[in-house]
Design a protein around this ligand. Structure first.
Ligand code: GLY
Ligand code: MN
Length: 503
């Protein structure tokens, strides 16, 4: 077949002139009252001020990112880039394609050739405001149209919600070109290729001498800006942990159904997801529901196995609330509600390692000391069980040892916040080698994983994988355990499960 005309998508029917004339008529006007300020928006000015102070006289560009195709013409649910959410307060699924620009304020005319004064920045949110009902977007645009995805905000409404000056996205290329030769610009790369490409093109046409490192530095700065959480962020993390508790309890209460229905791991994943969507925005990461030997695969997200009486099930799950802060909690639970002696042996060792990690998580100590404390306890248990082929000290030698890592290859902690692995671009002197400070939120999540195929492990322990993970906040005193509503001690776990299972 030869094709002369470009084909219309096979489900599209052209709109008649009569329809186009008819569709904008007789709709109630949009509300004249502006929406309330978002609770998050009260906290974003201080964060933007920190960025402004770090880059005087520079233009800072932080995209939200765009919709991502899942399949053909259907998209994944949108989630904004975390730096954008942090600086604008826009969570949930807001706002595809938007871009935050911090524009330096000039005391002198920007036309002057000398360096600009440090007079701060003005923040503008560029986004796609709703189109009038006369615009084909209203009825024909499946990604943005009101008839397809609901009513979007006007510029004024978004301004009221965020406290940010707002402009239409169409004005962005012009705004990014202004005095580009004199105003150094930085963009968070790898978020929205269209914005990165646009800025790179403008840099080329304005013959700006530019090194990609300046953009990478911005990403690092924005990541480090989130290392210490403000009180609002800690509240959100507590809400995420509280919702996660509800989800865990619903999953445990449904263990009998998960066993009876088959593919019990999926059942657990689904029950938790119900609560994550009901109470929050979503799960904060792909839930790990790993029964039996699957628990020895660290990121078992396939979740297609059976839940069997007598097995343990490792559940690593967290609710992300609407502001996008997420919990990250792991409990390893006996499906029947009671640990076997072999399971309890491994469980208690992991619990002791976790407690050592939590005890080390104090202001003034380094982040890696938490891991050092926990992994020592893991190595001691492996040695006591006759599994470790060398002494504890030999194994813990960072250069010549490491044998214990066969049974716990991951780190004990990561920062937690808007991203489950928060602050991932922070420099290592502020992360792994950094000092713990009040307001930091980290996980403490040691584990021991004995694969069923591991011939070094006593037979009765093979196929047992245990991880226990809690979310803690560093304070001037003992750490605050945000996820403490979920019991950790084996006896307390059994009692809690008995209550949920009615046994
Ligand atoms: N909860 C998954 C992880 O920390 O990698
Ligand atoms: Mn984790």
């Amino acid at each position: 077949m030869t094709q002369k005309e470009p084909r219309l998508p096979n489900r599209q029917v052209p709109f008649s002139d009569a329809f186009i004339a008819f569709i904008p008529q007789d709709w109630a006007p949009y509300p004249s009252e502006l929406p309330a300020r978002l609770a998050t928006a009260e906290h974003t000015q201080a964060r933007r001020d920190a960025v402004s102070a770090a880059y005087p006289g520079e233009r800072i560009v932080v995209p939200a990112g765009g919709l991502k195709v899942r399949s053909n013409d259907t998209d994944h649910r949108f989630r904004p880039h975390s730096a954008f959410a942090h600086l604008t307060g826009l969570g949930t699924d807001r706002e595809p394609d938007a871009v935050l620009v911090l524009e330096p304020i000039f005391v002198d005319s920007p036309d002057a050739t000398h360096a600009v004064d440090d007079a701060g920045h003005v923040a503008t949110l560029y986004f796609k405001p709703r189109a009038p009902r006369t615009d084909p977007e209203f009825y024909a645009d499946a990604r943005y149209g009101e008839m397809w995805v609901g009513q979007r905000e006007s510029l004024e409404e978004m301004q009221a919600m965020t406290g940010l000056q707002c402009e239409a996205l169409a004005a962005l290329p012009g705004a990014l070109s202004v005095h580009l030769d004199r105003i150094p610009s930085r963009v968070v790369r790898n978020v929205d290729d269209r914005i990165t490409t646009l800025l790179d093109e403008l840099r080329r046409t304005h013959e700006v001498d530019f090194d990609v490192c300046v953009d990478e530095e911005l990403e690092t700065m924005l990541s480090e800006l989130r290392l210490i959480k403000d009180d609002f962020e800690l509240e959100q993390l507590q809400l995420a942990c509280d919702a996660t508790t509800v989800g865990f309890e619903a999953v445990v209460a449904d263990f009998p159904a998960a066993v009876a229905n088959g593919r019990g791991e999926r059942w657990c994943e689904g029950v938790f997801a119900l609560h994550a969507r009901h109470l929050g925005n979503d799960v904060g990461y792909g839930s790990i529901c790993a029964a039996g030997d699957h628990a020895t695969t660290l990121h078992w997200v396939r979740n297609d196995g059976e839940l069997r009486e007598g097995d343990l099930v490792l559940l690593d799950m967290g609710v992300e609330v609407d502001t996008l802060y997420t919990a990250d909690v792991t409990r390893t639970l006996p499906v029947t509600g009671r640990f076997t002696p072999a399971q309890r042996t491994v469980y208690d060792a992991v619990l002791a390692a976790q407690q050592a990690g939590i005890d080390a998580a104090r202001a003034g100590r380094t982040f890696h000391e938490v891991h050092d404390a926990a992994i020592r306890v893991v190595a001691e248990h492996l040695h006591a069980w006759g599994i470790l082929p060398v002494s504890v000290e030999e194994s813990l030698d960072p250069v010549t040892g490491g044998q214990h890592r066969r049974w716990m290859v991951h780190g004990t902690s990561h920062h937690l916040g808007i991203d489950v692995h928060d602050c991932a671009q922070a420099r290592k002197e502020f992360y792994r080698e950094g000092t713990l400070r009040p307001g930091m939120c980290i996980t403490v999540e040691p584990g021991i994983y004995f694969k069923s195929t591991d011939l070094l492990v006593p037979e009765e322990l093979r196929g047992i994988g245990v991880r226990i993970e809690d979310d803690i906040v560093i304070t001037d005193d003992d750490p605050l355990i945000l996820s403490k509503a979920l019991p950790r001690e084996a006896d307390a776990v059994e009692e809690w499960m008995a209550g949920l299972l009615g046994r």
